[in-house]
Structures are given as structure tokens and as C-alpha cells.
Design a protein around this ligand. Sequence first.
Ligand code: ZN
Length: 116
Amino acid sequence: MPFHVSVDEFERIAAAALDTIPESLRARLDDDNLLITIQSAATESDREEDIDEHVLGFYEGGDDFPKRIVLLQRHIERWCSTHAELVDQVTDTVLHEVAHYFGMDHNDIGETRLRH
Ligand SMILES: [Zn+2]
């Protein structure tokens, strides 16, 4: 049973997840203006990039665009049935994508319960 929250609440949870990152690392994210964008679900063009309903979020680090983490709210909510689970899942997703921002690949990150 998906656990739904408002976009505002989802944003608040994502911001709190960023606050769990140590100060020294967070300063680098801030300097770089790393954005977190919340999208309700994958778009048509995301799907062309193999971003399907199993993907909870992704990191875009191209030179031509602002670096950003995209969180797919409905996809994350699908796996959660309580507020606490939602907080855990959003936090894991944010930290996973921040690891990509710092150049880690999935071997570095290791096995997690999250895809992508
Ligand atoms: Zn990943």
C-alpha cells in the first residue's frame, strides 16, 4: 500500500536527508549548487533512458546542465506503507545519488536494497 505525502512534505524529508551528510561534504554540494528535483514519476523521455517504475531516483551530472538529483516521489512512495519507511527510503535514495555525485559507482556503493 503506497504511503502518499504532499510534495511539500516530501521536499522536507529530502532536505532533512541532506542534513545527515557531514558538514564538509555538504559544503561541496552547496558550492556546486547541486539541486534536488522532485518529480512525481518518470517522464516519457526518462523511460527512453531506462528509468522505469523500479527506479527511485537518479543523478544527472552533465556539463551542459546543472548537476541534479531527481527523486521520483510516486516510485518511492510505492515501497512504503508508513511515514517512517518513507523517511528511510527517501534518505537512502538521496544518499545513494549523492554518492554518485561524488563519483562512486555501484561497486563502490556496494549492495543496497535500492536499484539505481
Ligand atoms: Zn545508482
